[in-house]
Design a binder for this molecule. Structure first.
Ligand SMILES: [Fe+2]
Length: 227
């Protein structure tokens, strides 16, 4: 499981302790990325056993899981809501992509490199999407560019691949496409994205709801279709 940033609200040590208490109950390995609400050093301090967080000025990391390569780019800018990836990070990304061109790859960053149409969020998206696209475009093994930040599920064609934002695991950003719409959130159902990789069938992205819902109910009984 990868959490694409905004792990806490204000970047305090107390908040990261609470996060640690929650995540330690998980039954699967998890990896963390910073968003605009995070503080890099406080995050590192709270998860000292996450060695991949302990290197460099920015928190980029890479990992291969079951034949799928994960490349995490730290798009956070201290004290700013918008995102940026600098030249050093883009070079790191290009090198990682050149190194293993045959592995299906997910490139992940907190800030969306595309416009959502939700005005107050678009003012704080990635500031240099073209520079990122110039790298991604050259590497067709990139199956997805994944981001958080938007607290809504969206898909858009980007740099010859598909960019997707994950829904929020708490609130969602209110769906409002008016220019200058207010910065509001709503308590629509939380969710996450699940990316299924199959060597012959490719990458399928599922949006999954978090919570308890009625069912599952059968479509069929012994007499055939029920409804
Ligand atoms: Fe964010």
């Amino acid at each position: 499981m990868v959490i694409t940033g905004d792990l806490v609200d204000f970047g305090t040590a107390e908040e990261y302790q609470t996060l640690w208490q929650i995540l330690r109950r998980l039954q699967l390995p998890f990896y963390l990325m910073p968003g605009n609400h995070d503080d890099r050093q406080a995050l590192r301090d709270a998860f000292p056993d996450h060695a991949y967080l302990q290197r460099g000025a920015t928190l980029n990391w890479q990992l291969t899981v079951n034949g799928v390569k994960l490349l995490a780019l730290d798009s956070s800018v201290p004290q700013q809501p918008w995102g940026y990836v600098d030249e050093e990070q883009l070079n790191w990304l290009a090198e990682a992509l050149l190194h293993e061109p045959k592995l299906p790859t997910l490139v992940m960053l907190h800030h969306p490199p595309f416009a959502s149409g939700i005005d107050h969020m678009d003012r704080q998206r990635l500031r240099n999407p073209d520079a990122l696209a110039a790298v991604i475009n050259q590497h067709p093994q990139v199956e997805r560019v994944l981001c958080g930040h938007l607290h809504r599920s969206m898909q858009m064609r980007f740099a010859g691949t598909l960019a997707c934002s994950a829904p929020g695991v708490s609130h969602q950003v209110a769906f409002d496409l008016q220019s200058d719409g207010p910065a509001h959130f709503v308590l629509e159902p939380p969710g996450f994205l699940l990316h299924r990789w199959h060597p012959r069938q490719g990458m399928t992205t599922h949006q999954c709801a978090i919570g308890s819902y009625s069912g599952p109910w059968p479509f069929y009984d012994k007499n055939g279709l029920i409804d």
